[in-house]
Design a protein around this ligand. Structure first.
Ligand SMILES: Nc1ncnc2c1ncn2[C@@H]1O[C@H](COP(=O)(O)OP(=O)(O)OP(=O)(O)O)[C@@H](O)[C@H]1O
Length: 300
């Protein structure tokens, strides 16, 4: 049985649909990512999964439970990440963990949990004195202290420096390896590509794509990226006529194309034909970032 099942979920505000028929399932032990532009409906979807919002229509189940009707039971199987404003500045790390552990019928032993999250030497530190990375680690600890089967992390690494972000990625992998399913909302494609087993791209309240990051890259029009700075201008019509070309952009004299193997071969012949040299030529696989831009057409 999937840990999370969302079927034809709908939610409108003031008559405007913001979640418009979203369906997906999350299997046990997965890291499942939800991606999409600002305002796409990601948080609304996740809050319906957490039972914090009541859907207008559709069906949501978390380990078979209805998050609205069975809210109390769902809060014990689903650990949600707190938003920053929800914790008092003066509360210490140890007090927060003890307090949240007391809310659950079968909590984790919070001291080793704090140790796993690198907070063992911060138990007496007040929340207001923690660094951004330490606060995020505490939020993860609080989401895990009830021994949930699934944890929801919404834009967890926003605002963290690159090292703290990478440390947090490692923690998320450790959570998955310990058997907890992870639902991760993120704006960072690198994060999704590195961490997620599968992702759903939501755009304008609908699922624009769903699959493994590798699937999405393969399915997007341009699986290969070719970038170079030509020694002389190239004819725009000839560039646009390249076989299997998916996109083309120019910046500061540099041309970036996405397409397939045929596009690469044709660019090389085009350059040779016109005796134009390609400076700093780079040919590589497209990333989830490229696929995402291809899949979501709305400006964010
Ligand atoms: N309580 C509310 N009342 C009215 N409109 C709302 C409410 N909550 C969200 N919205 C609107 O619904 C749309 C979807 O919001 P949501 O927060 O789900 O998007 P999101 O994909 O999480 O965006 P972001 O990436 O910016 O966090 C937005 O246009 C938002 O302004």
């Amino acid at each position: 049985m999937p840990v999370i099942e969302v079927t034809d979920l709908r939610k409108s505000y003031g008559g405007r649909p913001v979640v418009d028929g979203v369906s997906f399932t999350v299997e046990e032990g997965e890291i499942f990512g939800i991606l999409g532009p600002n305002g796409a409906g990601k948080t609304t979807t996740v809050e319906c999964v957490e039972g914090l919002r009541v859907p207008d229509a559709g069906r949501v189940r978390v380990t078979g439970l209805d998050p609205v009707a069975d809210h109390d039971r769902v809060t014990h199987v689903l650990g949600a990440q707190l938003q920053e404003g929800r914790l008092q500045e003066k509360l210490t790390v140890g007090e927060a963990l003890r307090l949240y552990a007391a809310l659950h019928p079968a909590p984790a032993d919070w001291r080793p949990l704090a140790g796993r999250l690198g907070l063992a030497d911060r138990l007496d530190t007040r929340f207001g004195k923690l660094s951004g990375g330490q606060k995020q680690r505490l939020f993860i600890a609080l989401a895990l202290v009830g021994n949930p089967r699934v944890v929801v992390l919404d834009e967890l690494t926003t605002g963290l420096d690159p090292r703290a972000r990478r440390d947090t990625w490692k923690l998320i992998e450790e959570i998955r390896d310990s058997g907890v399913t992870v639902l991760l909302v993120t704006h960072f494609m690198e994060e999704a590509q590195r961490l997620c087993d599968r992702v759903a791209v939501i755009d304008q309240g609908r699922i624009a794509a769903l699959g493994t990051p590798a699937d999405l890259i393969r399915r997007s029009a341009g699986a290969t990226v070719i970038a170079f700075t030509p020694s002389a201008p190239l004819d725009e019509r000839e560039l646009n006529a390249l076989p299997r070309l998916a996109s083309i952009s120019h910046k500061d004299g540099r041309i970036t194309l996405t397409g397939g193997d045929e596009t690469v071969n044709a660019v090389i012949s085009l350059l040779a034909r016109h005796r134009v040299t390609a400076h700093q030529l780079r040919v590589g696989d497209a990333t989830l970032d490229d696929a995402y831009l291809d899949l979501t057409e709305t400006p964010s």
